[in-house]
Design a protein around this ligand. Structure first.
Ligand code: LHQ
Length: 263
């Protein structure tokens, strides 16, 4: 069984690279094969113009239970958990955040440890009402990774971030929405449709503009207002020269739906 299913089907979800974590018997826990599959998917997303949006979800009842805890030799004398982060997780998170295309995440079940923070690294997160988020690291004597200590305080505020990280308590999808960790919590039966609808909407959108929206939003966390205003000016200058801006304005004036090419 492929540990990560990747498909780009013009007839079904045009422009959407559909990525499914596929180790359901282990709640889609990360292992090297999953990382390799994700790295290949990211390479496709980066290089293929036909890919205009990513949709990530999990097979079975879980989204992702974080690092596979059964694949580590705990008796080994020198356990270096940093090397797994260096080799796999950190490059993945950086590639996701800098990819100039939107990434939608459909959290179909429990998201724990690195699985929770992998979801939070996506640009728009939908979750099934029965899904949950667990900063499981503390339960096994670790610290949040995969960007958790960066995303959580920014999304939920320091108290909530600290509470989640220090207790490892389970956060329901409804609370995750209320706390601003995710975009929307939807009924389980509607998750697939809602996520596909949103992904198709984004895939037919002005791709370069969406990429720049992502760039500007993420840069704001480390920028002054003055630097951010300069960035907005530069991005607007650049994007204003593109065909999608012309098409967007023409469609507005002609009272029709725009047909964006992604340029
Ligand atoms: C699993 C896992 C799992 C293997 C469920 N591995 N099999 C760490 C170290 C190194 C460097 C990089 O960074 C990291 C980051 C991390 O991600 S640390 C955090 C690792 N993850 C966890 O600590 C979560 C462990 N899992 C759980 O606490 C529970 O499974 C949750 C709360 C996610 C779900 O609970 P349940 O719904 O009750 O399911 P379950 O526990 O019965 O799990 C179902 C199966 O999946 C079970 O296998 P089995 O053969 O007994 O049916 C689990 O053993 C397996 N599984 N998580 N991470």
């Amino acid at each position: 069984m492929e540990p990560v299913l990747v498909s780009l089907q013009a007839a079904y979800l045009p422009g959407v690279l559909h990525i499914t974590l596929n180790r359901p018997e282990k709640l889609n826990a990360f292992n090297p094969a999953v990382h390799k599959g994700l790295a290949e998917a990211m390479s496709r997303a980066e290089s293929e113009a036909a890919v205009r949006c990513l949709l990530i979800t999990g097979a079975g009842r879980g989204f992702c239970a974080g690092q596979d805890l059964t694949e580590r030799d705990m008796k080994a004398s020198a356990i270096d958990l940093g090397s797994g982060l260096e080799t796999w997780y950190n490059p993945l998170i950086k590639r996701m955040r800098t990819l100039p295309k939107p990434i939608v995440c459909a959290v179909n079940g429990v998201a724990a440890g690195a699985g929770a923070n992998f979801a939070l690294a996506c640009d728009i997160v939908l979750a099934a009402r029965s899904a949950s988020f667990i900063q499981a690291f503390v339960k096994i004597g670790l610290v949040p990774d995969c960007g958790g200590s960066y995303f959580l305080p920014r999304l939920a505020g320091m108290q909530r971030a600290m509470g989640l990280a220090m207790t490892g308590d389970r956060l329901s999808a409804e609370d995750a929405e209320r706390w601003g960790l995710i975009w929307k919590c939807v009924d389980d039966a509607k998750l697939k449709d809602e996520a596909e609808k949103l992904s198709m909407q984004l895939a037919s959108g002005p791709t370069r503009s969406l990429g720049m929206i992502k760039q500007a939003m993420y840069a704001s966390a480390g920028n002054t207002l003055a630097a951010q205003l300069d960035m907005e000016r530069d991005l607007q200058r650049d994007i204003g020269k593109g065909g999608d801006y012309r098409e967007g304005v023409a469609a507005f004036l002609e009272k029709r739906k725009p047909s964006f090419t992604g340029q």
